[in-house]
Structures are given as structure tokens and as C-alpha cells.
Design a protein around this ligand. Structure first.
Ligand SMILES: Nc1ncnc2c1ncn2[C@@H]1O[C@H](COP(=O)(O)OP(=O)(O)OP(=O)(O)O)[C@@H](O)[C@H]1O
Ligand SMILES: [Mg+2]
Length: 365
């Protein structure tokens, strides 16, 4: 473009120069694009610097014969547990990390393509910043990095999700002031103490949303000989899920539909929040235990900060009823529940996109 301008006119006269100009325009347009991606165990979110582009369940469905993608996101989730032999539904992440590389790559490709219809990825992007749990192995990080490679970005970085979540919640992660973040996602719960843009103490357990849903499913099978799908179990958790028996505002009990395991006929059963609180007791105990362990291993000066600042809980399961009250009672610290718990990681990664130089120290190559 500089060459064209230096010759006097903004556009040269020949077709060659005109075409060249548009090729370069296009190239720069691609290059100006940057994406922040939260490829989550249950939900995938994609943002550019300013807006949310994708927010979809992390599911993909293939046609068994052709291996072509039949559906992704919401549509794929609606087909889950309702498919037939010709369709193969896949949830590509487990425990917060990629479990099926090919499916994860194709899922994120398809989701981005749907919002970027007019472009191929050939021109590439400027920055891709993708969240990853802190407690991941190098192999797990490489799988995510490789999946992001398809976007041909000039710079591809990973960002630890608890740091991104803290930024997404508007916390200053760079100051020397300890902050405790608990991210209760779909596949993994991470508990970290952040100071000076780094992680000073952490615990991570694979007890999170999916295992809550499985515990509910299991309870119905063992207590009532009743089979329910995982989607129904998740609905129970969302509609009447609680972690305390005594709630200020109890939700209306829910009618659950399933199948009697002995007679094979459809049955219904009423469930209330007290029953769900009992089902989730063991899992919530495990999370509390991990929180206490993190505090125990944390340097005393940071522990003093957390005593003042309290703890910040994010991730979709932060919405479980009674979580704040229960943690305040057991851990004896003020608890803040993120009011945009499904968005904090992607919002934080998007913030890093806006000024990658400022946040370079939290971007992992
Ligand atoms: N209102 C709600 N009450 C309880 N749980 C909820 C609610 N809304 C969503 N969830 C749960 O939140 C989880 C998804 O949260 P989130 O999107 O933060 O996870 P993720 O980022 O996909 O997973 P991970 O961080 O483990 O990779 C699911 O387990 C879902 O059932
Ligand atoms: Mg998450």
C-alpha cells in the first residue's frame, strides 16, 4: 500500500495494481481480526476485542457414513441422547481438556466459520488467545495449541483460565494483592490464589458440573430404579439444584421424567432442592476441602489479603443455590459470586486481546 501511495495515486491504474490493492486490503482485514476463545468443557465462547461472537454448548454431531459434520453447538446438544445409529454425537472435551482432538478442532472450526461466513481462515488472524485450565499437562496444552493452529494467527497464545476469569470479573491481577478465584466449570474446578499476574497457590479437582449431573443420574437409578438422561439430570441441577437445605428462597419442586428400570415404562417423580443438596453433598465437600488446602499452602501475606478481599466464585456452577451462604459459613470468608459466571473467562481473554503487550506476562506460548 505504501508503494502504491508513493507513486502519487492511492490506487494505481492497472488491473494488476488494483487487484493487488484489494488482495492487500483483504489480507490486512484478516490480520486485524483477533479472537479470544474459551473452549470449555460444556460451553464454547468466542469474542473479538469488542463483542461476543459465539456462545454455544461444546457438542458436535457427525454423520456416521460420511463423517461429515451434521450439527454443532445448540443444535448438536439438542440431538444428544436422542440420536439414532446414523448419527454420532460427540462431546469433545472431558475434565476441562480436549479428549477428542479431531472433534474439538472441527467443532471450533465450524463455530467460527458460522460467524465468519465470508472469510476462509487462509488470511489468518492477528491474535488468538485461548483459555486453558491451569493444571494441564504439556500434552494437553499442545493439543489446544494445535487446534488453534488452523486459524493461521500471527500470534497464538494460551491463557490460564483462572487468570482470565479474574480479569473478566474486573479484578486487577497485576497488583501485589492476593485474590482467590474458584472456577466451578463443567469438567474441572480450579481454585487459585493470584498475585502479581501469577498463581501463588492452587488446587484443581475434576469434580465439577458433569460429576454433579452424574451424581444426580446415579441417585435416581440407585434410589428409585429410574433411568434419566444426563440432560435431564443437568436440568434438575439448574432448576432445583442447591448446596444447602435451608434456603431463603426455595425453588418450586420439579417433576422429573424417566424410565422405570424394572418395567421399562416411562415414569415421573418429584424432586426438590433438599434432595439435590443431599446428592451434591459429597462433591461440594470435596471442593470445600480443596479450598481449605489451597489456603493452607498459601503464603501468610497473601492469606491476609484474601481475608480482606474474600473469595470470588465463577463458572456456571457458581449459580448453585446457597453456594455463597455455605462457603461463608464453612470457610469464614466473604464470598462474591460472579454475576456473569458463564462469561468471565472469555471476557478476560478479550481484555488481553485489547492490549496484548500489557498482558504479555500472562500469555503462554
Ligand atoms: N443456573 C445454573 N445452576 C447450576 N449450574 C449451572 C447453571 N447454569 C449452568 N450451569 C452449569 O455450569 C456448567 C457450565 O459452566 P461453564 O460454561 O463455566 O463450564 P465450561 O467452561 O464449559 O467448563 P470447564 O471450565 O470445566 O472447561 C455446566 O455444568 C452447567 O450445568
Ligand atoms: Mg470454563
Amino acid at each position: 500500500m505504501i508503494a502504491l501511495q508513493s507513486r502519487g495515486g492511492f490506487l494505481g491504474n492497472s488491473d494488476y495494481e488494483r487487484n493487488n490493492f484489494f488482495v492487500m486490503m483483504n489480507f490486512n482485514f484478516f490480520r486485524n481480526r483477533s479472537l479470544a476463545i474459551d473452549l470449555g468443557n460444556n460451553n464454547t465462547l468466542v469474542r473479538d476485542k469488542n463483542s461476543l461472537l459465539v456462545s454455544q454448548p461444546s457438542y458436535i454431531v457427525f454423520d456416521v457414513d460420511s463423517n461429515r459434520v451434521k450439527a454443532v453447538g445448540e443444535k448438536a446438544y439438542s440431538m444428544f441422547e436422542k440420536n439414532h445409529d446414523e448419527l454420532k454425537p460427540v462431546k469433545p472435551l472431558k475434565g476441562g481438556v480436549i479428549a477428542d482432538y479431531d472433534s474439538a478442532s472441527r467443532m471450533i472450526h465450524e463455530m467460527v466459520r458460522q460467524v465468519n461466513k465470508e472469510r476462509s481462515f487462509l488470511g489468518g488472524y492477528e491474535y488468538i488467545i485461548s483459555g486453558i485450565p491451569f493444571s494441564t499437562t504439556e500434552v494437553e496444552r499442545r493439543a489446544l495449541r494445535d487446534a488453534m493452529g488452523q486459524f493461521n494467527a500471527r500470534h497464538t497464545y494460551l491463557m490460564f483460565e483462572p487468570l482470565a476469569a479474574a480479569m473478566g470479573m474486573g479484578l486487577n491481577i497485576q497488583e501485589p494483592n492476593g485474590k482467590m478465584i474458584i472456577d466451578i466449570g463443567g469438567g474441572i474446578t480450579e481454585i487459585v490464589i493470584i498475585s502479581l499476574s501469577g498463581i501463588a497457590a492452587f488446587q484443581s479437582i475434576k469434580v465439577a458440573g458433569d460429576s454433579f449431573d452424574e451424581a444426580i443420574q446415579d441417585h435416581f437409578r440407585r434410589s428409585y430404579n429410574m433411568a434419566i438422561g444426563l440432560k435431564t439430570a443437568e436440568q434438575v441441577k439448574i432448576q432445583v439444584g442447591a448446596v444447602m437445605r435451608n434456603l431463603k428462597e426455595a425453588p418450586i419442586p420439579m417433576m422429573v421424567r424417566g424410565k422405570d428400570l424394572l418395567e421399562g415404562i416411562p415414569v415421573t417423580r418429584k424432586v426438590d432442592h433438599v434432595e439435590v443438596a443431599e446428592i451434591l453433598e459429597k462433591s461440594i465437600n470435596a471442593i470445600e476441602h480443596a479450598v481449605i488446602q489451597t489456603l493452607e499452602t498459601c503464603p501468610p501475606e497473601l492469606a491476609a489479603d484474601i481475608y480482606m478481599n474474600g473469595i470470588h466464585i465463577t463458572g456456571g456452577n457458581a449459580y448453585l443455590r446457597g453456594l455463597r451462604e455455605r462457603f461463608e459459613e464453612r470457610i469464614k470468608l466473604p464470598v462474591h459470586i460472579d454475576d456473569e459466571a458463564l462469561h468471565s473467562v472469555s471476557k478476560g481473554a478479550a481484555k488481553a486481546l485489547q492490549d496484548p503487550k500489557k498482558y504479555r506476562s500472562v500469555l503462554v506460548e
